[in-house]
Write a protein that binds this ligand. Structure first.
Ligand code: HEC
Ligand code: HEC
Ligand code: HEC
Length: 429
């Protein structure tokens, strides 16, 4: 009996600790609603602020995510595939019922800095508020003024399809404790204004790390591997901290040209998830893109890229030969040395392409499967998709041929399997 009683104080302490922990958890998860307001009238807003807001919203890619395929701009409804299920973007037009028409600037600022919706519910980090939190107050106010002047559209996003327990939104509060560092960064006084603007744009509004930094298993960025490269929508987002390394160093003018036009005569073209980013950056002022390039080039770590020399013994000669035949039939009309496209001069040769030099065949395979999408009359470049024409072995043969012919890098391994996996949407290799 006596020994049993000795446990009672311990149990009481444990129960109290449990209550305190539960109270703390509820405190973390609980957020107040911010009262609805009537949207500011168009005549009341400051024209200069609205114009600046258009730049901010373009640099932040808001329309890229908040517009469904064929849908109205900013009305949401685009499905984002995540390892945890599908999340739909919401309507950020000023519609009072289905959009953000009743949001005050205070509510909007809280969403951008902390990922909390007006009514107090936690937003999922597929909305990159962990980056937007670095925006200046002025940029947030400008984005708000601009969005409040869009045409209101009545559209409700479909319900998310997330795995248990992540379909319980309040859990995001715990994720935020780990991954959200709230607020703008103080300027680094040892650097000039261009560098500081570049850092704010890259880390904040441009959310470049969201794709170019590897994620951990719960979807947080691995800060100790910032800009080491990541995988997004089946494409590799190359490292941004090895841009100045051989075999193919980037210069600032090349970087600016790529960011503004999606194509660099020395490195290749954006065709995957980077394409819409460059389309938005194309509308940004020169000085903002200059700032981004300045900051990126300051991040370079020499020799971060693998400089291994090729080992011809490891190459699959039969595959390369089959690849050569396929290349001359399917690709050489455009990519052959004497093709009209190559003789234009401004076009990247496969000999300098990032995709063909990369450590994994992912983007070369994706390039063949998906091509460069047709962008209408203004199209700068187009490549047809070969997903239905070439099978996995043929894709691999051509990839092996390109690797052996246009680079002195070691051959990729298991490209047939890689092509099959990438076609199925595997993100892991
Ligand atoms: C990578 C895709 C992505 C980008 C880029 C993006 N958003 Fe979103 N945003 C989302 C998703 C997804 C949600 C919905 C999250 C949820 O329901 O939990 C969202 C939600 C929001 C919300 C909350 C709306 C509500 O009703 O609760 C606001 C406000 C918002 N975004 C504003 C913006 C602005 C402004 C920009 C540009 C600076 C932007 N977003 C860029 C994905 C994105
Ligand atoms: C109709 C012309 C056309 C054909 C055919 C074509 N391509 Fe392309 N390809 C392009 C264009 C345009 C680009 C974008 C770069 C540019 O504008 O020069 C590109 C880009 C690429 C890139 C990426 C270069 C980089 O890093 O951006 C690879 C790799 C590539 N093509 C491989 C192939 C292969 C392999 C085939 C045959 C299976 C093929 N292409 C067929 C037009 C073509
Ligand atoms: C939605 C994901 C995404 C975002 C956001 C993003 N990138 Fe990319 N980026 C990619 C992918 C994927 C590629 C590979 C090319 C492609 O998509 O066709 C790429 C390619 C690049 C390249 C070419 C690198 C090389 O070695 O060839 C540069 C430079 C670049 N991005 C810079 C940026 C900057 C600067 C930002 C922020 C303003 C940014 N990216 C934001 C996904 C992204």
């Amino acid at each position: 009996m006596k020994t049993r009683h000795r446990w009672i104080p311990l149990l009481v302490v444990a129960a109290l600790a449990g209550v305190v922990a539960a109270a703390f958890a509820v405190y973390l998860m609980w957020e107040q609603a911010i009262a609805p307001t009537t949207p500011p009238s168009a005549s009341s807003s400051d024209r200069e602020l609205v114009r600046h807001g258009a730049r901010v919203v373009a640099l932040g890619d808001c329309a890229v995510c908040h517009t469904a395929k064929g849908g109205k701009p900013y009305a949401g409804g685009l499905a984002l595939a995540t390892p945890f299920g599908t999340i739909y973007t919401t309507n950020i037009t000023p519609d009072p019922d289905t959009g953000i028409g009743t949001w005050s600037l205070e509510a909007f600022t809280r969403a951008m800095r902390r990922g909390i919706s007006r009514d107090g519910h936690q937003l999922y980090p597929a909305f990159p508020y962990v980056h937007y939190t670095r925006m200046s107050d002025n940029d947030i106010a400008a984005a708000y003024a601009f969005l409040m002047e869009r045409d209101p559209v009545s559209a409700k996003a479909p319900d998310n399809a997330l795995i248990f327990p992540l379909n319980f939104r309040p859990l995001v509060a715990f994720w935020n404790v780990l991954f959200l560092r709230e607020g703008p960064e103080a300027p680094d006084v040892s650097r000039d204004a261009t560098w500081n603007r570049g850092r704010e744009l890259v880390n904040g509004l441009g959310h470049c790390a969201a794709c170019h930094t590897p994620l951990n298993p719960i979807g947080g960025e691995q800060w100790n591997k910032a800009f080491h490269g990541g995988v997004v929508d089946g494409w590799e987002a190359p490292p941004l901290n090895a841009l100045a390394s051989p075999p193919n160093p980037w210069t600032k003018p090349q970087l600016m040209a790529y960011l503004r036009t999606g194509i660099s005569s020395h490195h290749g073209a954006a065709a995957g998830p980077m394409l819409p980013v460059t389309q938005e950056l194309g509308t940004a002022p020169q000085e903002d893109v200059d700032a981004i390039a300045t900051y990126l080039l300051s991040l370079q770590k020499p020799q971060a890229r693998d400089l291994a020399q090729s080992d011809p013994a490891g190459a699959d000669k039969a595959s390369i030969q089959r690849g050569a035949v396929l290349f001359s039939a399917a690709c050489a009309a455009c990519h052959g040395d004497k093709s009209p496209m190559q003789s234009l001069g401004e076009r990247p040769s496969l000999a300098t392409s990032t995709a063909v030099h990369a450590a994994t065949p992912r983007n070369t395979v994706q390039m063949m499967l998906e091509g460069v999408p047709w962008q209408g009359e203004q199209a700068l470049h187009y490549m047809p998709p070969f997903a239905h024409t070439l099978n996995d072995r043929q894709v691999a043969d051509i990839a092996n041929y390109l690797r052996a012919t246009y680079t002195n890098q070691p051959p990729w391994k298991d490209v047939v399997q890689a092509a099959a996996d990438i076609r199925k949407g595997d993100q892991s290799r």
